[in-house]
Ligand binder design. Structure first.
Ligand code: SF4
Length: 378
């Protein structure tokens, strides 16, 4: 088995009640079957409370006011306090660790939706590296990978390495890096759709040798694209009610008064916020987000053959996290520190990344854009 993880993976440590947020609220916590059985069989002073905190039909913890029934007012888990960490279900024990499974490969990541992970990643200027380890153990899930397309997976891994190379090329502004990876994704998707798998290798090689610089959008074209794309946020399921306000404010502030108004805010943001902290530093902040999404999701295209939407989702996330930050900066009297930027990044990740419904909807929409349909307009 081969195990891959980003270089900062082992540095994570949960800060529990010191966390500026909590991962035990705002989403359904599904309990795995083995743990459910263990909870059902428990017979001690805590078992009644535990059993009454579970929705047995759905197999998840009940929530009160959007918070897990086990979470107390000090943001500590009563189950851990009473019984110890070994009583956590897989979901709680694992979070914010995330595993993508492929035939003979486990890719581990830390979710951007956890404030500690977001801080660790987005305060760092070090280029992300990926560490791989191999052992002789056979894959315990071997039987589940009977139809696994190993050839496509290898090409995706090669392509992702080139995408990383482009994204981490700090000689180029971030906008160009994003345009390049979108072009590469498009070309790869065409090859895959037309079953020209060998041509994919040529595309990978072309971008590895020297990425062609695509034609950049004008300010107004970019605005129209961002404004149209923003509509997807109105279609997503809400995990936290507070996110509704973030979306509504961005809609009203940035996109309801036309291009002229947007251009003024965008220009001021560039001059008074990005330039003050240094364009290079700001690009590194965006680079880390882009690397996170590409690493976590790109190779999943081996299962659904949607290469384009994986890259587009990554670029989309970087683009709109910046838009949400720009909106906050403008509304808060142009005073916003790095911590507020990080907070918007992890709150975005919570809404988009932690709902399969939202992830599927976004990918479906992005593939429809690739196919020239744009399902948002239906
Ligand atoms: S969000 Fe992260 S730091 Fe906060 S309680 Fe959950 S795992 Fe710990």
């Amino acid at each position: 088995m081969r195990y891959v993880k980003p270089h900062y993976y082992d540095e994570f440590k949960c800060i529990a009640d010191k966390c500026p947020d909590t991962c035990c609220a705002g989403w359904q916590i599904v309990i795995d079957e083995e743990t459910l059985e263990k909870y059902g069989a428990s017979r001690d002073g805590f078992s009644t409370r535990l059993k009454n905190s579970i929705d047995w039909e759905e197999g998840c913890f009940l929530q009160h006011g959007g918070r897990c029934a086990m979470l107390n007012e000090n943001n500590l888990c009563d189950l851990v306090t009473e019984k110890g960490e070994e009583w956590l279900c897989i979901t709680c024990d694992r979070y914010p660790r995330h595993i993508e499974e492929f035939d003979g490969v486990r890719e581990m990541s830390l979710s951007l939706s956890c404030p500690v992970v977001a801080k660790m990643l987005l305060e760092s200027e070090e280029s992300v590296r990926f560490l791989a380890e191999e052992d002789e153990e056979p894959d315990p899930l071997e039987d589940e990978f009977e139809d696994f397309d190993f050839m496509l997976f290898t090409q995706l891994e090669d392509a992702r390495n080139v995408l990383f190379q482009i994204v981490q090329n700090r000689d180029l502004p971030m906008e160009k890096r994003m345009a390049m990876i979108m072009e590469m994704a498009k070309e790869m998707q065409f090859c895959l759709d037309e079953e020209r798998l060998f041509d994919m290798e040529e595309v990978i090689q072309k971008y590895a040798d020297k990425s062609p610089v695509p034609v950049m959008l004008s300010g107004e074209e970019r605005y129209q694209k961002i404004k149209n794309g923003f509509q997807v946020f109105h279609k997503l399921e809400r995990l936290r009610e507070e996110w509704t306000e973030v979306v509504a404010k961005a809609q009203e502030t940035l996109y309801s008064k036309g291009y002229g108004n947007y251009a003024v805010i965008h220009k001021a943001f560039g001059k008074e916020f990005i330039a003050v902290q240094g364009e290079e530093k700001w690009d590194i902040f965006l680079e880390q987000i882009l690397m996170f999404f590409l690493y976590t999701y790109f190779c999943g295209a081996v299962y659904d053959e949607c290469i384009y939407s994986k890259v587009a989702l990554s670029a989309f996330s970087v683009c709109y996290i910046q838009e949400f930050i720009m909106c906050r900066w403008f509304l808060e009297g142009k005073q916003i520190d790095r911590q507020r930027c990080i907070s918007l990044a992890y709150r975005y990740a919570r809404e988009v990344e932690h709902s399969d419904v939202n992830l599927n909807l976004m990918e479906e929409w992005l593939m429809s854009v690739f196919d020239g349909e744009n399902k948002l307009e239906e």
